[in-house]
Design a protein around this ligand. Structure first.
Ligand code: ADP
Ligand code: NI
Length: 217
């Protein structure tokens, strides 16, 4: 199979696996990230085969093991890529991107050593902010039975991945520990520009949310 055929096969594999997922990692998230990644990659010197494979396969381990083992995704990706006879060098690169991709809390770093990984991380993070980001946060919060907001609970920032992942704070807390921090953690100029606009929208959303909460007309 040539590269285009492998990308198409990856699309089919992921679509099948993640269709109808309700917690924020459905096929449509993957499609948006894939499109973001292709857009950003157009402005960078990158191996687009690696970028597209990593974008397509980045969340395949999460649908079942949401709170669990971070090695599941890279392992599933490796198995699938091996089944397609993708060269080992590319498999290793794609799997290391998938392993390093996810956000691990406000006080943790987002190290991503290669430009291909940076493009995919920016693409994934753009989908966590803006209008879609707001929608995904509340979808996730509902899925986990969280309150939307509780004025008696002061926002908390978690400094370790374990605390961050096990937090049961209301959904609005997630804006302070992740969504509002992402614009300053983008790697590429293209993503920085898109993030600035999406960030501004979230600030307006929060302003309006608090105004309505407090009964202002
Ligand atoms: P990613 O695929 O970006 O690494 P996650 O697996 O952390 O994302 O989360 C999937 C989606 O759910 C994202 O849009 C994220 O912002 C949102 N999300 C994750 N944790 C929370 C939370 N505690 N409260 C609200 N939304 C969350
Ligand atoms: Ni994702």
């Amino acid at each position: 199979m040539n590269k285009a055929q492998i990308i198409s096969a990856a699309e089919e594999y992921v679509k099948e696996l993640l269709s109808g997922e309700g917690s924020g990692h459905d096929w449509w998230h993957i499609l948006r990230v894939w499109n973001n990644a292709k857009h950003i990659a157009g402005y960078e010197q990158v191996d687009t085969f690696v970028v597209e494979l990593a974008a397509l396969l980045h969340d395949i381990g999460d649908h079942k093991f949401y709170n669990g083992d971070a090695s599941v995704g890279p392992r599933m990706a490796r198995e699938w890529l091996e089944s397609q006879l993708v060269p080992e060098e590319i498999i290793a690169h794609v799997c290391s991107i998938i392993r390093d991709l996810s956000y691990k809390g406000a006080g943790t770093s987002s190290a991503m050593p290669t430009i291909e990984g940076q493009v995919v991380q920016d693409a994934d993070r753009l989908d966590a902010i803006g209008a879609i980001g707001v929608a995904r946060a509340f979808a996730y919060g509902g899925h986990k039975n969280r309150e939307m907001y509780n004025p008696a609970i002061t926002p908390v920032l978690h400094n370790s991945f374990e605390e961050y992942k096990s937090s049961t704070a209301p959904t609005l807390n997630h804006f302070y520990e992740k969504l509002l921090l992402l614009k300053d953690r983008m790697h590429t100029e293209t993503a920085k520009k898109l993030a600035a606009q999406r960030h501004h929208f979230m600030e307006q959303f929060l302003e309006q949310f608090y105004a309505e909460w407090n009964g202002n007309r």
